[in-house]
Write a protein that binds this ligand. Structure first.
Ligand SMILES: C[S@@+](CC[C@H](N)C(=O)[O-])C[C@H]1O[C@@H](n2cnc3c(N)ncnc32)[C@H](O)[C@@H]1O
Length: 317
C-alpha cells in the first residue's frame, strides 16, 4: 500500500482542497524567509508579510488536522519564537516538544557563534494522551547492557543529530534545503501509523513523500515549483537502498553484553528494532559485532529479519 499525491501550486490555496479533520500528521518545512533561491520563488518577504503568510497556512493546517493529529514545523532561529507564539497562543495547539536538529557542518561566523542547528516545533491538536506517539518505533540502542536498562532502547530525546545530505550522497537532489530522510523517518514512525495520511505542504525535493512511500503511509505533498514536483516523481521511482541518513546513536551496539544468552537474543533483535530501513548501517553492524564480540554473523539472517517490504514503484491516488 503506497499512495502519494503531489499537487502543484501555492500551499495556502491548495489547503482549501482538503476536508476538515482529514490528516493524521503534518510535517511542514516552510521557507525560513532567509532569502534562499527556490527557482521560481524567492524566499524573502517583509517581516509582517512573512508572519501573515505563516498564520494563513497554519490556520488551514489546524483545520485539516484530525483531533488526534500532530504537526511538526521546521524553522530557523530568526522566526522560531514568533512561530511558537502563533501555534501556542493564536491557534491554541498543545505544545509537545521543541526539537533541536543539530548538524556538524555549516557556514562559519566571524563575530558570534556559527549556527549548527535548526528548530522543529511539535504540537498536537489534543491534550496529552489523545494523540499517536509510538515510542517503541523510534527508540535508540542503549550504550551499555545493564539489568536496570530497558534494552529495547532509550527515548531519543529532543536533540537530534543528522548530517545534511552531502553532494557525494547518491540521494542528494538539486534542491537547496533538502532534509535528511532519517530525520523525517523518526517523525513519521513516532507520530503516525501505517496507512494513515501525512501532509507536507512545502514538499521541496520530496523527502517526506519518499519516507511515506517506504513506511506504508499515504502522503500528500504541495509544492510551488514544478521542477521539484518532477524531481520528486523521479526520486519516488528510484530503487530503495535504505534512507539517506541516520542518527549516529542508532549505529551503536551496547557494551558489556557478556551473558551469551542475552547477547544472542539481543543481537537478533537489534536490526529489527533499530536498523530496519538502513541497509548501510546493517553492514556496519555485522562488522562491529565481530570486532566487539568476536562473533561472525551470517548476513542473510539479518536480511530476512526486516519485516518492511520496500516499495520502488509509485502509485498515485
Ligand atoms: C524548505 S523547502 C522544503 C524542503 C523539503 N523539506 C525537502 O526535504 O526537500 C521549502 C519549499 O517550499 C516551496 N514553497 C515556497 N513557497 C511555497 C508556497 N506558498 N506553497 C507551496 N510551496 C512553497 C519552495 O519551492 C521549497 O521547495
Amino acid at each position: 500500500m503506497e499512495k502519494i499525491d503531489l499537487r502543484l501550486g501555492d500551499a495556502v490555496e491548495l489547503f482549501k482542497e482538503l476536508n476538515d479533520s482529514s490528516i493524521d500528521l503534518i510535517i511542514a518545512d516552510p521557507p525560513y524567509n532567509l532569502g534562499k533561491d527556490y527557482g521560481n520563488n524567492h524566499d524573502y518577504k517583509e517581516f509582517d508579510e512573512y508572519i501573515k503568510f505563516t498564520k494563513s497556512w497554519i490556520s488551514q493546517a489546524v483545520r485539516v488536522l484530525k483531533p488526534t493529529g500532530t504537526i511538526y514545523v521546521f524553522m530557523g532561529v530568526r522566526f522560531v519564537s514568533y512561530l511558537y507564539h502563533i501555534l501556542d497562543r493564536e491557534f491554541q495547539l498543545f505544545f509537545n516538544s521543541w526539537i533541536v536538529w543539530h548538524y556538524t557542518q555549516g557556514l562559519g561566523k566571524k563575530k558570534g557563534y556559527s549556527p549548527r542547528h535548526d528548530d522543529i516545533l511539535m504540537f498536537t491538536k489534543s491534550k496529552r494522551g489523545e494523540y499517536t506517539f509510538n515510542l517503541d518505533a523510534i527508540r535508540i540502542p542503549q550504550k551499555y547492557y545493564r539489568a536496570r536498562n530497558n534494552m529495547r532502547g532509550a527515548n531519543p530525546g529532543d536533540v537530534w543529530e543528522f548530517s545534511h545530505v552531502h553532494y557525494s550522497n547518491p540521494n542528494r537532489q538539486n534542491h537547496p534545503t533538502q532534509k535528511p530522510e532519517g530525520l523525517i523517518e523518526r517523525m513519521i514512525l513516532a507520530s503516525s501509523n501505517e496507512y494513515e495520511m501525512i501532509l507536507d505542504p512545502f514538499s521541496g525535493s520530496g523527502s517526506t513523500m519518499r519516507v511515506c512511500q517506504q513506511t506504508n503511509r499515504k502522503g500528500i505533498g504541495f509544492e510551488l515549483n514544478p521542477e521539484y514536483i518532477e524531481m520528486t516523481y523521479k526520486r519516488l521511482n528510484q530503487p530503495f537502498n535504505g534512507f539517506d541518513s541516520i542518527d549516529p546513536r542508532m549505529e551503536r551496539i551496547p557494551n558489556d553484553l557478556r551473558n551469551m544468552e542475552i547477547r544472542e537474543e539481543y543481537l537478533m533483535n537489534h536490526i529489527d528494532w533499530f536498523l530496519k530501513n538502513h541497509k548501510k548501517s546493517r553492514e556496519k553492524f555485522i562488522k562491529t559485532v565481530k570486532d566487539k564480540y568476536g562473533l561472525t554473523v551470517d548476513q542473510s539472517i539479518f536480511d530476512q529479519s526486516s519485516s518492511i517490504e520496500h516499495k520502488n514503484n509509485l502509485e498515485l491516488f
